[in-house]
Design a protein around this ligand. Structure first.
Ligand code: FES
Length: 162
């Protein structure tokens, strides 16, 4: 990813999307999460420049909006790959095989938590309970929840994400 891409601001479509969300609420700032998610869907992550421009459109300071963005772990403030794998490390998953699942993922992908594969295909991140505890160990890939993910099932699961 070039420096220009890293620093790029909002597109005209991004601005329209943010403004459309802002019009739904009496106070524009109420749209901040939806607006950031809309920008992220287009660009995978929220750069500093994009965050500053979204904040201006919502009458917020960049620091206020960054506080929201960094609180929600589904909003990414650093570049990520085409697919984001979030592995639950809360208690049920930890008891039911989190360590083996994480080790298998790290081995297959060749990355540690927080890293992106060299082909830009996957980013591997931890996450707290996904609410899928009765199917631990669980993980989220993009918007898809996967439960009972034994290491031997991983290849079949990952094959669906190109
Ligand atoms: S503890 Fe992993 S989904 Fe709840």
């Amino acid at each position: 990813m070039s420096t220009a891409e890293l620093d790029a601001g909002l597109t005209a479509d991004d601005v329209s999307a943010v403004q459309a969300f802002a019009r739904r609420y009496q106070h524009k700032r109420a749209a901040c999460i939806e607006a950031l998610m809309a920008v992220q869907r287009r660009h995978r992550w929220i750069s500093d420049q994009k965050l500053r421009e979204v904040a201006a459109l919502l009458d917020m300071t960049p620091d206020e909006l960054d506080g929201v963005a960094t609180f929600y772990n589904l909003l990414f403030r650093r570049p990520v790959g085409r697919h984001v794998i979030m592995v639950c490390d809360s208690v049920s998953c930890w008891l039911m095989g989190h360590d083996a699942l994480l080790a298998a993922l790290q081995q297959r992908l060749g990355v540690q938590r927080g890293q992106t594969t060299a082909d830009d295909r996957f980013t591997l991140l931890p996450i707290v309970c996904l609410g899928h505890c009765d199917h631990a160990p669980a993980m989220l890939i993009d918007d898809d929840l996967h439960g009972d993910v034994e290491p031997e099932k991983l290849d079949a699961v990952l094959a669906a994400y190109r």
